[in-house]
Design a protein around this ligand. Structure first.
Ligand code: HPA
Length: 276
């Protein structure tokens, strides 16, 4: 663990050398369809992950892999344009390394976004969902192994992983903008395959409203470090088997494109008045 903390400190120091001493208020992970928000940041300092010591290396072609530090809606933010996924071959510890780096930079507020498959048959592609809770049945954890005591406790609470007060605040923001916002449970699957129809039925039986391949490890690491976390999914497609048609990544991209305006508006509104 000594080693993890040494690495995190080196990563954070390298970032501080670029961005200066100003406090950063909110960390934002931009999921599929939201990446462009990173281009709207004022006084931007762009730091490619590959230039940060000890950072995992991005593998997905066409995916940006960089931090954008600066101001969004007047708030000091750290935006991740591109995240690390388990299906790319990273360990879950590597997937959450950037979140732990944010904490080392003093960031205590986190907004996670993603694209997800819609399991709830009452909803439709293009809808947005505030994450209320999550399910991970994959027998792995980003905190498996020796506990980094400096970051958090060995056994930690997940009953408010997606902060109740922040969720109430996010619902207010959506209402103000007239953007419909569901609230539901997100279940992690490893990918890279989309789920089978049978797996989607199981997810629904378990209480999931959406399925996806990210976010859950990051929310676990955030809880470990007692970061106040909010999560929003863009439901880009009905999950497998609900409609009589095969899934494809194209549909995910197209829906993401179609709703990105309102998704971006909502995120900006949330960031603007984020209660500290
Ligand atoms: N399943 C998993 N991940 C996803 C999906 C899906 O249907 N859509 C977008 N990301």
């Amino acid at each position: 663990m000594e080693q993890l903390m040494t690495k995190l400190k080196a990563s954070a120091e390298a970032i501080r050398a670029r961005i200066g001493d100003q406090p950063v208020e909110i960390g934002i992970v931009l999921g599929s369809g939201l990446g462009e928000l990173g281009d709207e940041i004022d006084d931007a300092v762009v730091i490619p992950y590959r230039t940060i010591p000890h950072f995992p290396i991005s593998t997905v072609p066409g995916h940006k892999g960089q931090f954008v530090f600066g101001k969004l809606q007047g708030r000091r933010v750290a935006c991740m344009q591109g995240r690390f996924h388990f299906y790319e071959g990273y360990g879950m510890d590597q997937v959450v390394y950037p979140i732990q780096t944010m904490k080392m930079l003093g960031i205590n507020n986190l907004l996670l976004t993603n694209a997800a498959g819609c399991v709830n048959t009452g909803w439709k592609p293009g809808d947005l969902m505030l994450i209320k809770d999550q399910i991970k049945l994959i027998p792995d954890s980003p905190l498996r192994g020796p506990n980094p005591d400096e970051l958090g406790e060995r056994f930690f609470d997940m009953s408010n992983a997606y902060d109740k007060h922040l969720r109430a605040y996010a619902r207010q923001c959506a209402e103000k903008l007239g953007i419909p916002l569901h609230e539901g449970v997100y279940q992690l699957f490893t990918g890279p395959n989309f789920e089978t129809p049978a797996e989607v039925r199981v997810a629904r039986l378990l209480g999931a409203d959406a399925v996806g391949m990210s976010t859950v490890p990051e929310a676990i690491a955030a809880s470990h470090m007692q970061m106040r976390t909010l999560g929003i999914s863009c439901l880009t497609n009905m999950a497998a088997g609900i409609l009589d048609q095969p899934l494809n990544h194209q549909e995910v991209l197209e829906t993401g494109e179609r709703v990105k305006k309102s998704f971006q508006l909502l995120v900006k509104e949330i960031v603007h008045g984020w209660p500290m």
